[in-house]
Write a protein that binds this ligand. Sequence first.
Ligand SMILES: Nc1ncnc2c1ncn2[C@@H]1O[C@H](COP(=O)(O)OP(=O)(O)OP(=O)(O)O)[C@@H](O)[C@H]1O
Ligand SMILES: [Mg+2]
Length: 299
Amino acid sequence: MAVEALDLHVERGEVLGLLGPNGAGKTTTVRLLSALIAPSSGSALVNGYSVVDDAQDVRRSTGILTETPGLYDKHTAVENLELFARLYGVEHRQRAIARELQRVGLWERRGEPVGQLSKGMRQRLALARALLPDPPVLFLDEPTSGLDPENARNVRRIIGELQARGRTIILCTHNLDEAERLCSRIAILKRRLMTSGTVSELRGSGRRNVVRLQIAELPEGIERELGREAFVHDVECVDQRTLDVKLAEPRRDKPLLVARLVGLGVRVQLMSDFQPSLEDVYLSVVGDAQAASSSEAAE
Ligand SMILES: Nc1ncnc2c1ncn2[C@@H]1O[C@H](COP(=O)(O)OP(=O)(O)OP(=O)(O)O)[C@@H](O)[C@H]1O
Ligand SMILES: [Mg+2]
């Protein structure tokens, strides 16, 4: 089974980021939720429609940008959008097509056969196609991957505008900075839902009680020395000058730690509460899963 145990509720107007390693099931999830494929078990409601029983209504009220856009190469950009607009009964077709082509920066290339466009351009055209019926729910599977920086920024701006207009967006991405900037909530997937929350909730949940020390020069064996202290739960040398120490009770233990370091002749330049980045949280969630699944395999 590609994905299991995915209990998730997405509010109207939310941008939900789906993160997870290659093969985690992000694409499978958005294909299930947009009723492109049927689940082998379980169900989901999208816009109040069941992906199992009302697949047609789900498809009509959602837009999806997939990894493989499936455009007609011999037809021009405009013709591709016209075909799709007819299929979806888009009103004021010509005006809507012009608006979307301009939005993704392809208006000048509208008359060219799609086969002649670059990969990034085809991806932007596929985004224009997904936006054409102005659906209330949009699934965007890695919309900025492979785009040049300027076009990637434009696509992020488009996503921001869609959210401002109350559209609900599920965004699969490997770009954590993008996720942090755009998503009101994040779900980390690895065949199942590992965790979810706002960026600040996730950053707050990871590696509690860790202080980060900047040190002039890390002496040999410092990890072992500190590890002996009862108030120290974990020690990690991040690099030559940075040490992360997990304390039992930071308010109580910070002065003890400083005293111990001074006793060891360590020159502490800075001590701060460690605030993990989204990347730190992601890596620890996904890494823990790897450790867990390899120990399961060993059993
Ligand atoms: N059509 C399919 N039939 C069978 N298995 C599939 C199919 N498509 C994907 N899978 C499997 O489902 C799992 C999840 O794949 P999926 O494409 O959803 O991952 P993903 O999170 O989107 O990864 P990526 O970051 O690489 O895009 C993978 O193990 C994949 O091999
Ligand atoms: Mg994918």
